[in-house]
Design a protein around this ligand. Structure first.
Ligand code: HEC
Length: 112
């Protein structure tokens, strides 16, 4: 099968928009399964919030974000705030959120 630029570019745009729109909705508004909006604690641009010790997330690699969410959801994860968040997200929610976060511009300074 031959992919021309005209056929593949809209496909890539659709893929990016698809994964990012689900992730963006959870980050900004929370999930229907009960996870609160990430921006409430991590800052409007996920730049971090030193007051509650929430690290910057913007630009962190997707694999890292997924690994941290799996940790918080597991019996080894003891942070009460993130346990509630992580256990409310399905594996596909975590992937969508992680893809969106990884695509954000990282802040200059992590305030934590
Ligand atoms: C109620 C406040 C709160 C909400 C809402 C919240 N977080 Fe967090 N998050 C925290 C705090 C506090 C930490 C630091 C916990 C620790 O010290 O282990 C943290 C840590 C993290 C980390 C680890 C970052 C690192 O560098 O170690 C990730 C990833 C993360 N949160 C993702 C998310 C995502 C994704 C969402 C939204 C679905 C979210 N958080 C919503 C408070 C929150």
């Amino acid at each position: 099968m031959i992919f021309t630029a005209a056929s593949i570019i809209p496909l890539l745009v659709d893929l990016a928009a698809g994964s990012n729109s689900a992730g963006r909705t959870i980050v900004q508004q929370g999930s229907t399964s009960g996870a609160p909006a990430c921006v409430a604690c991590h800052g409007a641009r996920l730049q971090g919030n030193a007051v509650i010790g929430a690290p910057a997330l913007a630009g962190k690699p997707a694999a890292f974000v997924i690994a941290r969410l799996e940790h918080y959801a597991s019996p080894a994860g003891h942070n009460a705030m993130m346990k509630q968040v992580a256990t409310s997200l399905s594996p596909s929610d975590r992937e969508a959120v992680a893809a969106y976060i990884a695509g954000l511009k990282a802040p200059v300074v992590d305030p934590r």
